[in-house]
Design a protein around this ligand. Structure first.
Ligand code: ADP
Ligand code: MG
Length: 203
């Protein structure tokens, strides 16, 4: 299959320190693994605040979007956000995220497969565990909310990070992995997902 085939799309996933501390590594990996996505890289270590900053600042619109999403979420609840300028809010969130993600070991992974980014985001759920869908990792396995995180002046603890687009994923993967750490191999069950002719099954 050619390099640009959709089955080669990649997503970067981080299991944040709360996921590791809650002994949810296996549960989280299982949920991505059973979709048919292929694990192509994995590491376990404590990142520096600098690495975390590099990761989040890859997309120059991220600061504005994270602040904007927060303001929107408060509005939906009929409440007022703790800040009104999205970029200023984004900067505040970034400082809290640097502290949170460097507070203990994390797992960095790359998952590959058709629509990897969309599939991973669907299983991960929305940013705020209080409002993320039932059945998702963030919706099922934890309980944080914007108001609690903001009152306590800390990052939302939502177990995982997942890339927002294939372009973002490509850049994020370069932050966390060297090119030779992405393992190239054939996963045998991929045949039932992608083979066009399925001619190797009948005896
Ligand atoms: P997502 O991780 O769902 O893509 P964002 O990229 O918008 O969400 O934000 C990155 C992370 O920043 C979130 O996963 C969450 O941990 C944290 N975060 C976002 N908004 C806030 C906020 N208002 N207060 C505290 N932490 C936040
Ligand atoms: Mg994001």
């Amino acid at each position: 299959m050619n390099k640009n085939h959709k089955s080669k799309e990649k997503s970067l996933v981080l299991i944040k320190p709360d996921g590791v501390q809650r002994s949810l590594i296996g549960e989280i990996v299982k949920r991505y693994e059973r979709t048919g996505l292929k694990l192509v890289a994995l590491k376990f270590f404590i990142p520096t605040p600098k690495l975390v900053e590099k990761h989040y600042l890859i997309d120059d619109r991220w600061l504005e979007s994270v602040g904007g999403k927060t303001i929107e979420s408060y509005k939906e609840k009929g409440q007022k956000a703790p800040f009104s300028n999205p970029i200023q809010g984004g900067k505040w969130v970034l400082e809290k995220l640097k502290k949170f993600l460097s507070s203990g070991p994390i797992i960095a992974m790359v998952w590959q497969g058709n629509e990897a980014v969309g599939i991973v985001r669907k299983i991960t759920g929305g940013t705020e565990p209080l409002s993320s869908d039932v059945g998702t990792i963030r919706g099922d396995l934890t309980l944080d909310s914007y108001p609690l995180a903001d009152t306590d002046a800390r990052a939302i603890r939502n177990l995982v990070h997942a890339s927002g687009s294939p372009q973002e994923a490509a850049k994020e993967i370069r932050v966390w992995f060297k090119p030779n750490e992405i393992v190239k191999y054939r996963l045998i069950p991929e045949a039932i997902l992608y083979d066009v002719n399925l001619d190797g099954i009948k005896e």
